[in-house]
Design a protein around this ligand. Structure first.
Ligand code: ADA
Length: 582
């Protein structure tokens, strides 16, 4: 499944995943390759014979198409090289962000698609390193084949804004001409309540359209229509400001979704390409120590979640994703942190629909200054940020962008990296606050760069300082830094428990100890003046990389409130009692 709704009504889109692909490992000299038919998306750690395979493998299948095509990969873990009929058409690094290749003038007929995937750790890979979660191998998210005409919509970003009590939508549409001949036609924009247009409902009345940068504007039956002129091989972004009149707002309790549709019509008025996406009317602002959505203070009760499941690795199917959300909601949570990378967009779609607030972050965990000095680090982080924001900009559930979990925010070199990445985010999206989860206890020097101060803390697990005392000390120190007066979130707190290990003595690793620790931690944090909320580390137990075995019983990070099969531990009831009450 590509998304939980159709993103095209004009452009022909076929899902290439969801069928059998030929899978072959490409082992080092001498070893026999493993071959089998597999479904995509999936992780090869879940196939027989490749459970511990780290290296290169390829996935192949045939497809029928002609003319201009676009192949979109929602996620390949972690490095991909894509070939069509034996010719390389694109490469990509990072499991957690989408990428695409456009191939022109394909001859009509059957073609062979081959994706070489590499999940090995090496010096070129600055973000996928041996870590406290697993880096899987495979085509782990959906793949789409799209047939394009001469011109197509490359992307649509909608920024809702309330001005003088009126909701407006600033719509930026990227368009591209693949031909050498200039193109002259129209771009039609429609905003409608999600689901209603297809079922014959009316588009929103557009009261005013003002277009920046391109010629021609008019209003036509509830849709904004712009003249579209593109030079041969040209690309441009059109920006249209639409006054939307009466709309329902997106709030966690009432997650009303709207749909934006951008349709390109040729000179005769025939629709030749389109892109549909969803968004919600909501604004996020920071006022003093509060994060506000539509003027109301957000009070975060959340879980950090890894995309991880014993049967599916990081390639969770829709049902498993929604079940995770149901469990989190059952515990009274209203938010999820996509620790420590951008998530599958289907999961974000589900959050949009169910009103779950999302902290989404770029891909990095616990990198020292030395690791951040890897010559590829900056570029790989920048690509990840651009691809994350480019793809996920419209999701109303995302209320904050995070970067660089627990990296070197206490050193001058690290500060330079935080500064560049947070500025990049600001240049790509001015509508959301930015933060990073720090573990630099009273030594962080980057709070002046962020809109929200966030800390990961582990009293009662990695040390025995009472929670209130530890938090007071930290919070008071932050008030003497450039983080003073900013919203303050606890982005991780938790304790480990091995599922099924129960003992009345409440020793560490028992379910009793974890439940007790969580109760103390959450009560202290939620009672602390100035705190905007908390994320429990973590929703479910997750597999870790092999080299972490000596600090992680069962080679799992066992701080889940449910285990890897989503079986509740004793802490489930403890967290639920607290989250539901406040
Ligand atoms: C850190 C880190 C998490 C996880 C956690 C733990 O805070 O951000 O990824 O490793 O510690 O379990 O110790």
């Amino acid at each position: 499944m590509l998304r939980i709704f159709a993103t095209h009504r004009v452009r022909l889109q076929t899902e290439l995943s969801s069928c059998l692909w030929d899978f072959t490992t490409m082992p080092e000299e001498g070893a026999e390759p493993v071959r089998m038919k597999v479904t995509v998306p999936s992780c090869w750690e879940n196939y027989p014979g490749t459970r511990t395979y780290r290296g290169r493998a390829c996935y192949e299948r045939s497809f029928r198409a002609s003319g201009n095509i676009r192949l979109e990969f929602k996620g390949v873990s972690h490095t991909a090289e894509v070939f069509v009929d034996g010719e390389s058409v694109g490469t990509h690094y990072n499991a957690y962000t989408p990428f695409s290749s456009v191939i022109r003038n394909l001859a009509p007929g059957i073609h062979r698609l081959k994706v070489c995937v590499d999940n090995s750790f090496n010096s070129r890979s600055a973000l996928h390193v041996e870590n406290d979660y697993q880096t899987y191998g495979g085509i782990t998210r959906a793949v789409a084949l799209e047939e394009l005409g001469n011109v197509y919509v490359t992307g649509v970003h909608v920024t809702p804004e309330k001005r003088e009590g009126q909701w407006r939508a600033r719509v930026e549409v990227g368009v591209r001409n693949l031909e050498t001949q200039p193109f002259c036609g129209q771009l039609r924009l429609t905003i409608a309540k999600a689901g209603t247009e297809e079922s014959g409902g009316a588009a929103l009345a557009v009261e005013d359209v003002s277009q920046v940068g391109a010629a021609g504007r008019s209003v036509d039956g509830g849709a904004a229509v712009c003249l579209l002129e593109l030079a041969g091989d040209g690309e441009k972004t059109l920006c249209v400001d639409i006054c939307c009149g009466e709309v329902g707002e997106w709030n966690p309790e009432t997650p009303v979704l709207y749909e934006v549709s951008a349709v390109i019509c040729d000179g005769q008025g025939k629709a030749v390409d389109d892109l549909v996406d969803r968004f919600g009317f909501r604004e996020i602002t920071v006022r003093g120590k509060d994060i506000l959505m539509n003027g109301r203070k957000l009070w975060i009760k959340g879980f950090c979640r890894h995309e991880d499941h014993p049967q599916f690795g990081c390639a969770l199917p829709l049902a498993a994703m929604q079940q995770d959300l149901l469990l989190m909601r059952d515990m009274g949570a209203n938010s999820v942190r996509t620790s420590h990378y951008p998530n599958d967009e289907i999961f974000l779609d589900l959050c949009d629909e169910t009103g779950v607030l999302v902290w989404e972050e770029n891909h990095a965990r616990g990198l020292s200054e030395e690791a951040m000095r890897n010559p590829n680090f900056e570029r790989q982080c920048e690509d990840c940020i651009r691809e994350m924001i480019g793809a996920h900009y419209n999701h109303p559930s995302i209320y904050i962008w995070g970067i660089l979990n627990e990296c070197a925010s206490h050193t001058e070199y690290g500060k330079g990296c935080y500064e560049r990445q947070l500025s990049l985010i600001r240049s790509l999206d001015r509508s959301r606050p930015r933060s990073f989860a720090s573990c630099q206890f009273k030594t962080d020097i980057c709070f002046g760069l962020a809109d929200v101060v966030s800390y990961n803390i582990y009293p009662l697990w990695y040390h025995d300082t009472p929670v209130e005392e530890y938090l007071r000390d930290l919070y008071d120190w932050v008030q003497q830094t450039e983080g003073a007066g900013k919203p303050f979130l606890i982005t991780e707190v938790g304790a480990g428990a091995v599922y099924g290990y129960r003992t009345p003595e409440k020793v560490k690793w028992s379910e009793e100890y974890q439940a007790d620790a969580l109760e103390k931690q959450l009560k202290a944090i939620l009672a602390k003046e100035g705190v905007s909320g908390v994320y429990v580390w973590q929703f479910c137990d997750c597999r870790v990389c092999d080299s972490w075995f000596h600090v992680r019983p069962r080679t799992m990070n066992n701080k889940g409130i449910v285990d890897e099969y989503r079986r509740p531990k004793l802490s489930y009831a403890a967290v639920r009692d607290i989250f539901r009450e406040c």
